[in-house]
Design a protein around this ligand. Structure first.
Ligand SMILES: Nc1ncnc2c1ncn2[C@@H]1O[C@H](COP(=O)(O)OP(=O)(O)O)[C@@H](O)[C@H]1O
Ligand SMILES: [Mg+2]
Length: 302
């Protein structure tokens, strides 16, 4: 990676997405979203289920060609092809874990490394006779990454035998193997226990400290507000608010989007009112407080 010498204190924009819109037939999943990520930043992307967060990631990484808008990385407009986006310097993990289950931990990282090496992937994986210095270097780099995430002792384990939390970590190591300047994480702590979540938080700080900017989607509010320098909130495909944790946390529209207080005229408002009335009645008749009904179930399955 080349280091840039800057004589001024101006911030370097790593990612610049402007006016990104993604329509699927009649459904506008992402509407005119602008978002930047600067060097050295961790930016959080929050929003209720179905808000368009993953779709937005897919637009950034070339998985989808946005209906409108443009995405630039370090000043260059990105071609909408996943491998070219990776090559340019953006790596990602997926909401649903995508590992090669029957490959070892090390091999999974080597696959991630592939975009940065000219050598054949199979030769690198199988250590064929032509195993070169460059491939040796790839192995060393992969082991370094496994050490960084704390999986060095499991390098030879099959990915499918790893506990869930380790699989999530391995995905991050694989993404880092392409030497990104920007890492996109889609719900990295989904399904993790509080201890694993804390470890992931430390890991993301460590990644940022290595000079990699991070854009992270997450449902866990405590996690995201603790982690992020800036947070943007998507609701129904639109960016509702963006700012520091304090600004976003105290924004009434964000609170409403999360706690389920319907916007005026929002679909489903009547049902919510009905449930609330029923709850109030239950409280009045039994004197007990109603169960927490604000938590919505994850719709995505792993
Ligand atoms: N490939 C697709 N085709 C049609 N609709 C899609 C597709 N991907 C996502 N959507 C729709 O776009 C909306 C946003 O989904 P998504 O980006 O997954 O939300 P989030 O990640 O915020 O939970 C949802 O209504 C979803 O059903
Ligand atoms: Mg999603």
């Amino acid at each position: 990676m080349t280091t840039m010498t800057t004589t001024t204190n101006t911030t370097t924009t790593v990612l610049d997405a402007s006016g990104v819109t993604m329509r699927f037939g009649g459904l506008t999943a992402v509407r005119n979203v602008d978002l930047t990520v600067n060097a050295g930043e961790i930016v959080g992307l929050i929003g209720p289920n179905g808000a368009g967060k993953t779709t937005f990631f897919n637009c950034l990484t070339g998985l989808y060609v946005p209906t409108e808008g443009k995405v630039s990385y370090k000043g260059t407009v990105l071609p909408p092809k996943p491998h070219l986006v990776t090559k340019a310097g953006i790596a990602r993990t997926f909401q649903n874990i995508r590992l090669f289950a029957n490959m070892t931990v090390l091999e999974n990282v080597l696959v991630g490394r592939h975009t940065r090496t000219k050598e054949g992937l199979w030769s690198a994986l199988l250590r064929l006779p032509g195993f070169t210095k460059a491939e040796q270097a790839s192995h060393e780099r992969a082991m370094e990454l496994l050490e960084f995430i704390g999986l060095q002792d499991k390098a030879d384990h099959l990915a499918r035998n790893l506990p869930y939390g380790d699989q999530r970590k391995l995905e991050i190591a694989r993404a880092l193997a392409s030497d990104p300047g920007l890492l996109l994480l889609d719900e990295p702590t989904a399904g993790m226990n509080p201890q694993e979540t804390r470890v992931t938080e430390e890991l993301i700080f460590a990644i940022r400290d290595q000079g990699i900017a991070v854009l992270v989607i997450e449902h866990d509010m405590r996690f995201i507000f603790n982690l992020s320098d800036r947070v943007a909130c998507l609701v129904q495909g639109e960016k509702l608010v963006e700012g520091t944790a304090e600004v976003v946390q105290s924004d009434e529209r964000v609170i409403a989007a999360y706690l389920g207080t319907p916007f005026e005229g929002a679909p489903g408002a009547e049902e919510v009112a009905e449930v609330e009335a029923a709850e109030a009645e239950a409280v009045a008749s039994t004197g007990t407080s109603p169960k927490d009904t604000t938590t919505t179930e994850e719709e995505d399955t792993r």
